[in-house]
Ligand binder design. Structure first.
Ligand code: SF4
Length: 247
């Protein structure tokens, strides 16, 4: 299976994962383990059954994926869209992602990546960065201990990777901050992230308000959620978060 990639969803007509109309490819497997993960079916790097016995995760060759992605090319061209690699964590399947990105660029298709930032920088720089047009880089928790507690890994490598990318990449690297009430959406964490971005000269970022729909997905997988918040954030909660980033 080494020459194939494990994919758990392909979402067409997406307008949230980059410019224009996009098709988003969801890579299965993630080195992090966030307690609020919105795509819990994408965490494990292996095909797995849901509670109905349906298998989640399909192995694709680059040619098989390109056959599907190519069908949306007219929409990409007419809207300035393209293909976004998401997950899970695409960098976990670095060699496959590299070959897919190269195939997309050979056909002139705009490429974007959504990443949690936990990867080996040098390999990423050589295998993926040259064929990317845009990166959305999640920054969740600034504190190393809290990051380990809530995401399973220290934030150290993630923050180092972000710093290097901002310094070296010639493409837009957009920080995205998921707002998770009582975890990431705290005054201490958001102030810490705002100061970190400020130190790197980053003038804008995207705040992603909490979405509770993932809890239903977990039930479908037969898993008890490790974080309980069934409601959307209130306007006041969202405003309090935004205020930390306005000077
Ligand atoms: S990095 Fe993203 S996909 Fe991975 S566990 Fe965290 S929220 Fe889920």
């Amino acid at each position: 299976m080494n020459d194939k990639g494990l994919i758990f969803d392909i979402k067409r007509d997406s307008s949230e994962d980059g410019p224009g109309i996009r098709t988003t490819v969801f890579f299965k497997g993630c080195p992090l383990s966030c307690v609020w993960c919105q795509n819990p079916e994408g965490k494990k790097f292996l095909p797995e059954p849901d509670v109905h016995g349906d298998v989640i995760g399909t192995w694709y060759s680059v040619d098989e994926l390109m056959y599907r992605l190519r069908q949306d090319k007219p929409f990409f061209i007419s809207t300035g869209g393209g293909v976004t690699l998401s997950g899970g964590e695409p960098t976990l399947q670095m060699d496959f992602a590299s070959r897919l990105l190269q195939a997309l660029k050979r056909e002139g298709i705009h490429t974007a990546l959504e990443t949690g930032g936990f990867f080996q920088y040098q390999a990423f720089k050589e295998k993926m960065l040259p064929w990317l047009d845009l990166i959305y880089f999640d920054i969740k928790l600034i504190d190393a201990v809290e990051s380990k507690q809530y995401c399973g890994r220290s934030s150290q490598r993630i923050l180092e990777n972000f710093s290097r990318l901002i310094a070296e990449a010639s493409i837009p690297v957009i920080p995205r901050i998921p707002l998770i009430p009582d975890i990431t959406a705290t005054e201490q964490n958001l102030k810490g992230i705002a100061a970190f971005l400020d130190r790197h000269g980053v003038k804008s970022c995207e705040l992603m308000p909490y979405n509770p729909l993932w809890i239903g997905k977990l039930e479908k997988l037969g898993i008890t959620p490790g974080y309980q918040r069934a409601s959307y954030m209130t306007s006041a909660e969202k405003k309090a978060c935004v205020d930390h980033f306005i000077k």
